[in-house]
Design a protein around this ligand. Structure first.
Ligand code: SF4
Length: 201
């Protein structure tokens, strides 16, 4: 199956519809030529309504971290966006968004990622994305994992907190995030995006 057919199958998925309060609506963006992958957690209500990922204050913060304007961020040929759960998962009773549906990444990530052979860098945005690639212990010790970004970066992975308003407070208490992590992140993103495009076959 080619990438377009796999993406169409994912967009038609209803596997966990019974658990989704607003129903299935997978939000993701992939391409064979993408150099940078933003692996996130799950769409929020705004993305569910608009179908466009990261069009909110968290997206603005993420773009600032990456050193990208909206035009470059939404260049689908170079930047792919794949949540850990592709559909909005609803809210927790105690507040905050529910975690991504656990069956989703198991079902779709291997199929969607296999044809994306041009990727140079994957950003792991938030605990769920970090847990999926680096394991639950890395996600549980988020601060240490983010501070020790150099090790996963050697494998093409860059762990980050979710850029929510809470992280603004978190980052203000951890000046190393601004002075060490963000400059390295911007260099890694610029290098990935500057890489030669793949030869089309
Ligand atoms: S969250 Fe994932 S598994 Fe569930 S319906 Fe959406 S695409 Fe399918």
């Amino acid at each position: 199956m080619n990438l377009e057919n796999i993406a169409a199958a994912a967009r038609a998925c209803t596997l966990c519809a019974a658990h989704l309060p607003l129903g299935p609506k997978p939000i993701f963006r992939i391409s064979r030529t993408a150099r940078l992958l933003i692996l996130s957690q799950a769409p929020g209500t705004r993305a569910h309504e608009s179908g466009i990922p990261w069009e909110d204050a968290s997206g603005d913060r993420l773009r600032d971290w990456l050193g990208l304007d909206k035009t470059r961020f939404h260049d689908a040929a170079r930047i792919a966006i794949l949540p850990t759960g592709l559909c909005y998962p609803g809210r927790l009773a105690r507040g905050g968004d529910a975690p991504p549906r656990p069956e989703c990444a198991l079902l779709w990530h291997p199929r969607l990622l296999a044809p994306m052979t041009a990727l140079k860098l994957t950003l792991l945005v938030g605990r769920h994305a970090i847990a999926g690639r680096l394991g639950p212990r890395a996600a549980a010790s988020l601060e240490r994992t983010v501070q020790d970004f150099a090790q996963p970066l050697r494998q093409g992975l860059f762990p980050l907190p979710h850029p929510s308003w809470r992280t603004k407070v978190w980052a203000a208490k951890r000046p190393w995030f601004e002075t060490e992590v963000l400059p390295a992140l911007r260099r890694a993103v610029a290098a990935a995006l500057a890489a030669e495009p793949p030869v089309s076959r």
